[in-house]
Write a protein that binds this ligand. Structure first.
Ligand SMILES: Nc1ncnc2c1ncn2[C@@H]1O[C@H](COP(=O)(O)OP(=O)(O)OP(=O)(O)O)[C@@H](O)[C@H]1O
Length: 704
């Protein structure tokens, strides 16, 4: 290494010495110059002064000092109010601030009465000295007279004249003792009295927490503390709404007059707050997070709704953490005997926040459920369908535009089941909904009074249909929201007229936008429910302005944590008076449980033929084969159901068919319609026999 030329005379020492250099070989480390004493002192002082323990001690000292100051203020005020009309004035102002004019009038009258009584007492005082002197003279005379009389009685009884003065002397001795005791006690009383007074004032101040906020112990410690009127009033006062703060300050101790009694409501409490004039309900609603924090709760644990009464907000405050507890399983899963009734029944969907069962009527209501992805939309929609499947009169046509098997259990239950995400599936779903329109039109033309079995058309992941770019041979788009858009127009028609003839559309859709969920489609649903969504504007799309203005806030639910929690706006569910929506935590029915419920529903019904696709129906039909196809495995099917299924299979060929046409085809085949239990049916075996015995058998093929 001797040929290495060093570029630096004194290379700077590296922070880490190369390994292998013995410590002894190193030059002695250069010692840092000693710090000045004042620097060290000031640093020590600063460390000590800013240490957490010092701060806590400092806060405690100020706090307890302020308790005495606050206590003095409170006691003085109480004394002052006890002697003057200030109390009545204060309560009068509080009632005025809260806009309670009746109450204000009452306080004014009471104050007036107090002043009159005080005036009378003062007038009485003017004549009091004379009265006092007179009664003192009378009292003295009576006492002296009484003592003398007692002395005379004693002197006569004891035959001793000296006893005449004995009672008077005894009284004088008593007075002397009293003076002696007072003089002994006086010294300590004078010494300790002020301390006792301070202690009493401190006690009052501590009880009322009369110290600045920053000196009080951390509020985090009492997270989840019980909700009392004073907690609610303080939380409202500190909300940052100036008129509310001033009004509450004016009210002083009377702030709780704004509150209704605090009621236990499910896993939380509920209280109505009548706001002072000048404070609007949505100002409070907009500060939900702050209010929740002031109440030592998380934002999602406080719900603010607007009840009927004017200028009133209803707060529902959850017990801390209670909303994170799961709710129990669905009655659909636990009660194997459960059945449904489309017209009169209500689906057991979940629980509201009060813990009451949330039951929803699905009778003649189009349904729309929205939410972000993977939050439980399919599960919520499916739970409704599973319940309704337990009414055997209900027919389902189902299109699942995700197609990963979420609805697979409806195989054998739904008359039409389309599962898949491609444009081809969208086309089939569109045709299914268009067939729904035809069925609706057919029903609308039926004689008045005709009863129509419910037909529920379900499209899950409907946004896929709206966003589909495919067009048909006439260049009409399947997706989009133009007047030519086929899916959109079919949905609109059913929304407009399907209800009365029981052709009902349910849609599940994800992450709504104006493009994937057009306004007219949103507005067309009678029951609108939303899981968590991203923004308030999405909440408005999902539930409508009215519900959101009334406090519905699915955008404030927590993504991932509030799975299955829906905000529902519908007249089919009981919503507390004055509110526009209700929050429902739905029972979760997983896919396996759903399959079990579906099996039960199937057991309630005959075999139903599933049409996995809708035929476009241009080819020549074979009516007998088609009849066999739509009968499926059921031993016999009502003629009207055969007609309906034929029409679903191919509207063009069979849409206009009546019983006469059916009879015409079956006449002479040996499979003619016949009466069973008083109703006309077609038997599967007979139709199959007719098919088999047909001379020109070659064209027979079922289209199922
Ligand atoms: N009521 C519920 N309670 C608790 N968890 C639920 C509930 N509903 C759904 N989940 C959970 O959410 C997951 C997603 O549910 P689901 O498939 O219904 O959501 P989705 O919104 O339809 O999803 P996607 O966006 O894929 O359509 C389920 O696997 C389940 O774990």
């Amino acid at each position: 290494m001797s040929n290495v030329v060093r570029l630096f005379k004194d290379p700077p020492s590296s922070p880490e010495e190369p390994p292998g250099v013995a410590a002894a070989d190193l030059p002695p480390a250069q010692e840092a110059p000693p710090e000045r004493l004042w620097v060290r002192c000031s640093r020590a002082v600063r460390t000590a002064a800013t240490h957490e323990r010092t701060r806590t001690a400092g806060r405690a000292a100020v706090r307890h000092g302020m308790y005495v100051v606050g206590g003095t203020r409170i006691v003085t005020r109480r004394a002052w109010e006890g002697r003057t009309a200030a109390r009545y004035e204060r309560l009068l102002r509080a009632a005025e601030a809260a806009g309670q004019l009746d109450l204000a009038q009452e306080w004014e009258e009471r104050g007036q009465r107090f002043r009159e009584a005080r005036h009378r007492r003062r007038m009485d005082l003017l004549t009091a000295p004379v009265k006092l002197a007179k009664s003192a003279a009378a009292g003295l005379g009576l006492t002296v007279g009484g003592l003398l009389l007692l002395g005379i009685v004693l002197a006569v009884a004891n035959r001793n004249i000296a006893d005449l003065a004995a009672p008077t002397m005894a009284l004088i001795t008593l007075i002397r003792w009293a003076v002696f005791v007072a003089s002994v006690v006086w010294g300590p009383l004078v010494t300790f009295g002020p301390f006792a007074l301070l202690l009493a004032l401190w006690g009052v101040g501590r009880h009322q927490q009369a110290a600045p906020q920053w000196t009080l112990p951390d509020r985090g410690q009492d997270a989840g503390a019980p909700i009392t009127p004073s907690v609610v009033v303080t939380a409202l006062r500190d909300l940052g709404i100036a008129p509310l703060r001033n009004a509450i300050k004016e009210m002083g101790d009377a702030g709780a007059a704004m509150l209704s009694p605090i009621r236990i409501a499910g896993c939380g409490v509920e209280v109505d707050v009548t706001l002072p004039s000048g404070v609007s309900t949505n100002e409070v609603q907009n500060r939900r997070k702050k209010l929740a924090e002031n109440l030592t709760r998380h934002e999602h644990e406080v719900f603010i709704t607007i009840p009927e009464a004017a200028r009133t907000v209803r707060l529902w405050i959850a017990d801390s953490g209670a909303l994170d507890e799961p709710i129990g399983p669905s009655p659909l899963v636990t009660d194997e005997t459960l059945t449904a009734n489309y017209k009169t029944g209500r689906a057991p969907w979940g629980q509201d926040l009060r813990g009451d069962a949330a039951l929803i009527s699905l009778y003649q209501r189009h349904v729309l459920i929205t939410g972000l992805s993977n939050q439980g939309k399919t599960a919520a929609l499916r739970a409704l369908a599973l319940w309704l499947a337990l009414d055997r009169t209900v027919e389902f046509w189902l299109g699942d535009l995700k197609g990963v098997g979420d609805w697979a259990m409806f195989e054998g239950l739904a008359t039409v089941l389309i599962q898949g995400p491609t444009d081809e599936h969208v086309i089939q779903v569109t045709e299914m909904v268009e067939d729904g329109v035809k069925e609706m039109n057919r029903r609308l033309q039926a004689p008045p009074g005709t009863e129509f079995p419910p037909l529920i058309i379900i499209v899950d992941e409907a946004q896929v249909a709206f966003m589909c770019p495919a067009t048909d041979e006439d260049r009409r788009p399947y997706g989009g929201s133009k007047a030519t858009s086929r899916y959109f127009m079919a949905v609109r028609k059913i929304h407009n007229q399907g209800r009365a003839v029981n052709v009902i559309l349910w849609e599940g859709t994800q992450d709504p936008t104006d493009q994937n969920l057009p306004k007219l489609v949103r507005e067309g649903a009678h029951t609108r429910a939303s899981l968590v969504v991203g923004t308030e504007s999405q909440s408005r799309m999902a539930l409508g302005d009215k519900a959101v203005n009334g406090g519905a806030a699915p955008h404030l639910l927590r993504q991932g944590l509030d799975k299955g929690t829906l905000v529902v706006a519908s007249d089919g569910i009981q919503i507390p008076a004055g509110q526009a929506s209700i929050t429902v935590r739905t029972h979760y029915i997983d896919t396996d449980e759903a399959a079990e419920v579906a099996e039960r529903a199937k057991a309630l019904r005959d075999g139903v033929t599933i049409l996995h696709t809708i035929d476009s129906g241009d080819e020549d039909r074979d009516p007998l084969a088609d009849i066999a196809g739509v009968i499926g495995d059921a031993p016999r099917v009502l003629t009207q159901d055969v007609l309906k299924r034929l029409a679903t299979l191919n509207e063009d060929a069979y849409g206009g068919w009546s019983f006469i046409d059916l009879k015409r085809v079956l006449d002479g085949t040996g499979a003619e319609p016949y009466k069973s239990d008083g109703r006309m049916v077609v038997a599967r075996d007979r139709v199959h026999r007719a098919l088999a015995n047909r001379p020109d058998d070659d064209s027979a093929s079922t289209s199922a």
